[in-house]
Design a protein around this ligand. Structure first.
Ligand SMILES: Nc1ncnc2c1ncn2[C@@H]1O[C@H](COP(=O)(O)OP(=O)(O)OP(=O)(O)O)[C@@H](O)[C@H]1O
Ligand SMILES: [Mg+2]
Length: 226
């Protein structure tokens, strides 16, 4: 369960303070697939960055199963992120000096998990990239890189998956493969999925769609996913 209360983000811009998120209240139940939509500049990425613990809000709070993200010190926050939160970005964010196999393995290696190799190979197989495991990110297509990034996000079995326009840099065929993979892993692993998207073919799969405008929630709709 994610509990967001009065979340507010103000940042200096052009010599004055601008309000980027303006009192967001949002409860996301366990295992829900929630899509966040809204025009460019409405605050979607900012919201995701706060949920991921990458930024600190100006005001308000975020709680994951009762743990207040906003009250944690840096070390505790890093641990919570490592153990419970997986993040997928539009631009993949793979480590260029590591192979696909090594990239997928990172979250488990950081935990000292003895099964890191085996799990990484299993996931690479599951995403259809077993034969590309020793390729570096530059040797992979955009769609392949994003599938590796998704495998890395899922490998630690995080309770919370946060994705920012994961199909934004892909053509429609690759985008569809990434959507299928994300939905399958979400279903199989039972993680809560919060996904920012402009892509209607992705949003239709969500159980709930929250629309942002000017840093506020203007619509919050539960629906039957397709
Ligand atoms: N570090 C920053 N300093 C000042 N303003 C910022 C900063 N980061 C974002 N903004 C502003 O906050 C607003 C929301 O940005 P954000 O990136 O969250 O939008 P978005 O909804 O993700 O847009 P897009 O769909 O284009 O990705 C924008 O007006 C942006 O210019
Ligand atoms: Mg954005």
């Amino acid at each position: 369960m994610i509990h967001v209360s009065n979340l507010t983000m103000r940042l200096p811009s052009g010599g004055r303070m601008v309000t980027i998120l303006d009192g967001i209240n949002l409860d996301v139940p366990e295992k829900q697939f929630l899509a966040v939509v809204g025009p460019s500049g409405s605050g979607k990425t900012t919201l995701l960055g706060l949920l991921a613990g990458l930024d600190r809000p100006t005001a308000g709070s975020i709680r994951f199963n009762g743990t207040s993200l906003t009250d944690l010190g840096e070390d505790e926050l890093a641990r919570l992120r490592r153990e419970k939160i997986g993040v997928i970005f539009q631009s993949f964010h793979l480590i260029p000096t590591l192979t696909a196999f090594e990239n997928v393995k990172v979250p488990l290696e950081l935990r000292g998990d003895p099964d890191a190799d085996r799990e990484a190979l299993r996931l690479l197989d599951e995403i259809g990239l077993a034969d590309r495991k020793d390729h570096y990110p530059v040797q992979l297509s955009g769609g392949e890189q994003q599938r590796v990034a998704i495998a890395r996000a899922f490998i630690g079995r995080p309770e919370f998956l946060l994705a920012d326009e994961p199909t934004g840099n892909l053509d429609s065929a690759n985008g569809q493969r990434v959507i299928d993979l994300l939905l399958r892993l979400h279903r199989d692993r039972g993680s809560t999925l919060i996904l920012v998207t402009h892509d209607p073919s992705l949003a239709v799969h969500a159980e709930r769609i929250v629309s942002l405008r000017d840093g506020r929630i203007v619509q919050d709709e539960e629906r039957a996913p397709e």
